[in-house]
Ligand binder design. Structure first.
Ligand code: GPQ
Length: 838
């Protein structure tokens, strides 16, 4: 303990420990130092990648200093902290963000410039940290940025996968998946904590016994153990000394992994088991909005939640407080149901290890946890088969059954003689075999449950959690509309626009207070400002056009309307409907006279996104897009009037180029299916308009920016059920335009139609679950409205400015503050820059 250090030692330490100055020479020295020592390279042997590594290591030194300072001061003050448990953190690149948040972007650019490198090239040398599927993981990353910026004491907990989300290549129009071994080069953005190694157990059996007071107690006697090793990822806040942490766990074998094999003297089996241990954190499951049900995934979930809780409990115990204070010191947010086992694990620790009685323990547990739901899609609801669960976690299964028993007893008391209700609410689904419903467990074990946009939060109250709302009352079910960080999604990704905004508003305070963008409303009619605004949009489109040329070999005109749909490929997101409308547009153009063609608004339709490797229909959509692109892009009768592009391997850093370059982006899910969407916010923040349905956060975006600045079409969420019913039982005919499009595919306009038959059959009358036919006519009309509006560039630029100006609500700073005030009850803790120990 440093309080026991002799005074001379403390003085010596304080004399030696000085934070690096931020002048250009100090920065250059540190870069050169890292090139020649850490990286062991000679100056003449330096390329862009080496320059990136050296700048990263140099920035990392500063982050570590801030990290240490933050964590030291937090340990001492010991305020209530929030722990954000997420199986996915989709961080993307870190260097640019680290330099921005440290306030050193310009001086580093100058420094590396004088050493002969362009910062843009250096930035491009970093590959993405892609430990996530879609925007559930990106949301976690935005929230970590806001938590640090707002100086909240917060830690993220996740897994350090060896393989992130797969790399997508397009081969003959089909998606092919390749492993993303992102750790090929050292990762400068993590700090391995090889000393923090926590044993995690699996399998075995439960030993029940009477304690000295005659109370029946249970002890888990595990059959396997592995080690969880900590890797810390510093998360600097913007314009603050605070630096938070994401702790990612990596699995390693214990000296003796499988006790059974070892005891049986089966050496080969022991070695085999040891390699199994490393597999736990090997790969991120590539499913978005669907549940795979694999045993290894359950192992991942327990491994991660147990290691994280062990860490959290150890930190709490240092304070020597009473257990009843635990919820006063600790808030744990469950990002979807993936970490729900943490509820069971904490109950086990409190009852089996800390010897609390069940009810006191359960009170602590439920006051600690809160749960965010991200979907209502039935195929995404996590369920674990009881036999598999029992094999891996026998004691946890008992606890789940007890939680369920006590819960159902209370429900029965409140609503007697309603067996159907008990069956519906039970954590255990009576199937063959029985299934554990993780969403029910998460609701029962949490004090707050939130959806991620107003519509979605209402939907979960009315559908999947309806019975629970009646039982608990509606206060437990709240809304926190998602948000995005303005640092990455405007300041970094669209630096020129960001500079124009700062110049116009006379300050860069908007970066931390996004509502200040409202000031741009005054400039909507200012011709000079409009011109600058559009020039930046055009430059962003030129940049994207170059990228498209380079990656897809397709030439597109930056003067055309850029129409973008980039997101995971999913039936509910309806990329299929988009490409069907593109076919319609293609056929229409081909039917026009030259004079008529002169009136057509040229359009580039840009797609991007990954499909889960096992999602056959989604992969066929990618194939169809590429087949259509092949035909359309080469048709001289169409020329520049229509181009279709599928950009492969969509990821965060690609999004940073695509988002600022869109005129229109599409968010066209069947109403009621997209929980929120967050890319919709990114596009609009960058002055791109939305073509979308009344779904997720589109609705709230409309409310903020006004209905004249958004193109809305399609049925409403409350109409969906009737439409499906009508389709199924009243024989509503297929939309005629859609019929024409399908006929064109079936006649072989785009490759062998047999390929697309399984896709087309999803539209068979009565089976069109996502209502493409029902929405098709209004979708085509909305597309025409987009064309017409775009032709009037004088009005379009005003719409574009109004979009950006009114997006303040969608800052993740606002979201995080709502969580902090209403759910976590935590307060900011400002780290002071003292650099002295005492
Ligand atoms: N989301 Cl359940 C994912 O990205 N992955 C998932 O597995 C689930 C949800 C998304 C959701 O589809 C979007 O509507 C949300 O905006 C996003 O989570 C963040 O809440």
């Amino acid at each position: 303990e440093r309080s026991k250090w002799p005074k001379e030692t403390i003085d010596l330490w304080n004399r030696l420990y000085k934070k690096d100055a931020a002048d250009i020479e100090t920065i250059q020295k540190s870069i050169v130092h890292h090139v020649t020592t850490t990286l062991a390279r000679a100056a003449y042997n330096m390329d862009n990648f080496t320059a990136y590594q050296a700048v990263a290591l140099s920035a990392r030194d500063r982050l570590i200093a801030q990290w240490n300072e933050t964590q030291g001061q937090l340990s001492k003050a010991d305020p209530k902290r929030v722990y954000y448990l997420s199986l996915e953190f989709l961080l993307g690149r870190s260097m640019d963000n680290a330099l921005l948040n440290l306030g050193l972007k310009d001086v580093y650019a100058k420094g590396i410039g004088q050493l002969g490198f362009r910062m843009e090239d250096v930035v491009e040398s970093e590959s993405d940290a892609a430990l996530g599927n879609g925007n559930l993981g990106r949301l976690a990353a935005c929230y970590m940025d806001s938590l640090a910026t707002l100086e909240y004491p917060a830690w993220g907990y996740g897994l350090r996968y060896n393989y992130g989300i797969f790399q997508q290549r397009i081969i003959e129009g089909y998606q092919a998946e390749f492993p993303d071994y992102w750790l090929n080069f050292d990762n400068p953005w993590e700090l391995p904590r090889l000393d923090i190694s926590i044993p995690i157990y699996f399998a075995g059996h439960v030993h029940s016994f009477q304690d000295e007071y005659g109370v029946t107690r249970h002890k888990w006697v595990p059959g396997q153990s592995v080690q969880a090793i900590a890797y810390d990822v510093p998360i600097p806040g913007y314009d603050t000394e605070n630096c938070n942490n994401i702790r990612l766990w990596r699995s390693k074998p214990t000296r003796v992994f499988d006790l059974t094999s070892f005891n049986e003297g089966n050496y080969e089996k022991s070695v085999e088991d040891a390699t199994q241990a490393e597999k736990i954190t090997s790969v991120l499951y590539p499913n978005d909005n669907t549940m795979a049900g694999k045993e290894l995934r359950l192992k991942q979930q327990y491994f991660w939640t147990a290691a994280s809780l062990h860490d959290i409990v150890r930190r709490f115990k240092k304070s020597q407080r009473d257990w009843s204070d635990f919820p006063e010191q600790v808030a744990i947010q469950l990002n979807d149901t993936h970490p729900t086992l943490a509820i069971v694990e904490l109950q086990r620790i409190l009852v089996d290890e800390e010897q609390l009685n069940w009810d006191d323990a359960w009170e602590i547990v439920t006051r600690t946890f809160a749960f965010t739901n991200h979907t209502v899609l039935p195929e995404a609801m996590e369920k674990w088969s009881v036999p598999m669960f029992e094999y891996l976690l026998p004691r946890h299964l008992q606890i789940v059954f007890d939680i369920n028993l006590f819960f159902l007893q209370k429900v029965e008391k409140r609503f007697p003689n309603d067996r159907e209700l008990l069956k519906r609410m039970s954590i255990i689904e009576e199937a063959q075999p029985q299934q554990i419903r993780m969403a029910h467990l998460a609701v029962v074990g949490s004090h707050k449950v939130n959806g991620v946009a107003a519509l979605h939060s209402n939907l979960i109250r009315d559908t999947i959690f309806k019975d629970f709302v009646e039982y608990y009352g509606s206060d437990k079910f709240v809304n926190v509309t998602n948000g995005i960080t303005s640092r990455r999604w405007l300041n970094q990704a669209n630096h020129k626009l960001s500079e124009l905004i700062t110049e116009t508003l006379g300050s860069d305070a908007w970066i931390k207070d996004l509502d200040l963008l409202k000031g741009l409303n005054k400039k909507v009619d200012d011709k000079v400002f409009q011109k600058k605004w559009m020039a930046i949009k055009r430059a962003n489109k030129v940049r994207l056009a170059e990228l498209i040329k380079e990656r897809c070999g397709i030439e597109v005109s930056p003067d055309a309307l850029f129409d973008v749909q980039v997101k995971r490929i999913h039936e509910y997101k309806r990329q299929f409907m988009n490409i069907l409308a593109v076919i319609h547009r293609y056929r229409t153009i081909k039917s026009l006279t030259p004079a008529q063609k002169a009136n057509v608004q040229p359009r580039v339709v840009i797609f991007g996104g990954k499909a889960a490797p096992g999602y056959y229909v989604a992969k066929l959509v990618i194939k169809l897009i590429n087949s259509v692109a092949n035909v359309v892009n080469q048709d001289p009768a169409v020329g520049d009037l229509l181009k279709v592009v599928f950009i492969p391997d969509y990821n965060v850093s690609l999004a940073e180029v695509i988002v600022p370059a869109s005129d229109i982006s599409q968010h066209i899910s069947t109403a009621g299916t997209e929980a929120s969407g967050t890319s919709n916010m990114k596009f609009v923040l960058n002055g791109g308009l939305i073509l979308g349905t009344m779904d997720g956060a589109n609705i709230e975006i409309l409310e903020e920016i006004g209905e004249d600045n958004i193109f809305i079409f399609g049925c409403l969420a409350h109409e969906v059920e009737d439409l499906r019913y009508a389709q199924r039982y009243r024989g509503v005919p297929m939309d005629p335009a859609l019929q024409g499009v399908l006929a064109a595919i079936e006649k072989g306009t785009f490759e062998d139609p047999k390929i697309f038959q399984p896709l087309i059959s999803t539209l068979t009358i009565g089976k069109d679950y996502y209502l493409i036919s029902a929405d098709f006519a209004s979708y085509l009309r909305a597309n025409q409205a987009v064309d017409a509006a775009y032709k009037d560039q004088d009005e379009w630029v005003k719409k574009s400015i109004r979009c950006t100006a009114n997006m303040g609500k969608f800052s993740s700073d606002r979201s995080v503050k709502e969580y902090a005030d209403n759910i976590w009850h935590i307060k900011p803790f400002k780290v002071v820059d003292n650099q002295q120990i005492d």
